[in-house]
Design a protein around this ligand. Sequence first.
Ligand SMILES: Nc1ncnc2c1ncn2[C@@H]1O[C@H](COP(=O)(O)OP(=O)(O)OP(=O)(O)O)[C@@H](O)[C@H]1O
Ligand code: SF4
Ligand SMILES: [Mg+2]
Length: 345
Amino acid sequence: MSTPGDILLQAQDLRKSFSLQRTMPDVLQRRPRRLLRALNGVSFDVRRGETLGIVGESGCGKSTLARCLVRLHEPDGGSLTFKEQDVLALSGPERRTYNRRVQMIFQDPYSSLNPRLTVRQCLAEALSVHRIVPASEIDARVVRLMDLVHLPREAADRYPHEFSGGQRQRIGIARALAVEPEIIIADEPVSALDVSVQAQIVNLLLELQNELGLALVFITHDLRLVHHIAHRIAVMYLGAIMEIGPTEEIFASARHPYTRALLAAVPRLVPGRRSGATAVQGELPSPLAPPPGCPFHPRCPIAKAICRQDVPGLGLRGGPWPAACHFAGPVEAPAPLPRQNISLL
Ligand SMILES: Nc1ncnc2c1ncn2[C@@H]1O[C@H](COP(=O)(O)OP(=O)(O)OP(=O)(O)O)[C@@H](O)[C@H]1O
Ligand code: SF4
Ligand SMILES: [Mg+2]
């Protein structure tokens, strides 16, 4: 893996709520629209050349975060800077440049590819809209992109429906690479693919990252995968980051009770680690009514009175990387977790 470098993208206290449509009972009982808090103050950075894994249960806000980063959603609050430029204030050509530099790859590439365009037309369109190369060089660049994602050159004249799922994801990656990004945000890019194809796509992304010096934000449910590929991981829960730090160290000795519970559910992820039994107790609270204090307190086996009142910000608290827990101790002595019995990821 390449060495992570300087900070490219920085999110601070990002917030995003969705105002839900009123249901018929809401209308009849004159209840106002309800707000679903998908992001509750998310802060982190993305560094040049690194892979940052983002993990968390379904509904914790991973895709909302990804969409806010590329401004497919407008955050309601907080800040986002790209190379110290205020992303949320960008408009016109500057915004287009940002969207070129920070590209997103989706779980289902088919939905983001125009079915009426051949691969060549699709790539050529991206190259010409963003004026990446002069018209005379577009064909050569298409060939280069096909080579980069290991698709046969002659496949450039086929349509998206003529490809398998894995090949379509390669086209999606080529489409993202066409505009010469510095960051790729991949939202569950392999979870819709056959297991046999998943590794090929992940390895392709890592290969491209090395070759092109890209930063990769990789969103996944798969803790084994994130362990394999990420320099750092951010663990999300109910719209907030619970812990963020170097992958190996977190897998060996997580500071946050939620991370420890997730890891306990994945057998033999780290040699010698006690594992196998369990994951997280209880139901995931609704983002329509998040609990006060620490969002994890209703499920946390070591919650104390303070946890029900005070939100623990993401902080070091004497440890080597940030965790959002009032009792995140030094890594040498994590609090033991009692055995529980619901598995999630
Ligand atoms: N456009 C929207 N309108 C209303 N609610 C939304 C919208 N998009 C997301 N949500 C809600 O916001 C919360 C976060 O959703 P999000 O898709 O970001 O989660 P996720 O972590 O990506 O989940 P998954 O792992 O299932 O993909 C969920 O409760 C979801 O129902
Ligand atoms: S702040 Fe309290 S409830 Fe939240 S994770 Fe830490 S110990 Fe558990
Ligand atoms: Mg998602």
